[in-house]
Ligand binder design. Sequence first.
Ligand code: SF4
Length: 281
Amino acid sequence: MPVFSKDRKKRSGDITTNNWTFSMVSAYLRCPKSFELQYVKGMEREYGSDLVEGVAHHDALDEDNKNKYKEGRNLSLDRHIEIFADTFSYDAKHISIWNNGVNKNDVIRRGKGMIRSYKNHVDLIPGKDEDGATIEKFFQFRLNITGEVWVTFQGFMDIIGFLKSNTLYSIYDYKVTGKAKTIPQIMGSIQLDVYHVAAAKMGMGSIGSLRTGFISLVKSNQTVDVKDCLKSIKQINWSFRVIKDAISAALKGCFPTCSPDNYLCSPVYCGYYRVCRGRMK
Ligand code: SF4
């Protein structure tokens, strides 16, 4: 079941204090100009194959976890691969740029390798809570930006559960990455700090006591890498300072271009390159 269009709804209009997400903050931090083109002007962006590949893996992992949650067992390897390959093949029509010279067959081939590694090494047990939703768990909370200004912040956590090999309960986000995430990257992840605070607000534990981490499908060697850790309250507070500064600037209509040496400012990684930097004579 293709999900790409469902998850990539166009937004346009003035930025308001409603329905902020980590994706929006992350987009603003990467490049305020691309944030403006996407979320304020509602311009259609171009998609690289990396993004479509990541969405297809998330869809297949989600189906796998739902099956585990409902039926008590994971999907078979073949079925998991089939969902990934079908979703990617269907959504490949959205791709404008094939990242790093790969083609459709390359992506499906390495996808099979990563899924095989995931099946062999990750036995994830989703936790159960009162509303039965520890997969794609929705959260929403109010966040004070400054003085009288509050925003609603919302999103979904990929999975809350534990690995059989590691009985510590953790909030995990799936990543499809070139290289395995390092501990400093996990420690500095604003996204995980958002999940940490959201989970604490839902009564899952106190701030500073929850484990968060990434389950990474690693493209370079077609393996899976799982890392999680505890965060300090100081780190979490800093992440929220960054989030609040980004939202505050966006609400004021501040959308500068990013530095040209930012690797994201390129035809391969910026979905607006052609209408922005690419237009410069
Ligand atoms: S081309 Fe560069 S400056 Fe323009 S939107 Fe993309 S990342 Fe930002």
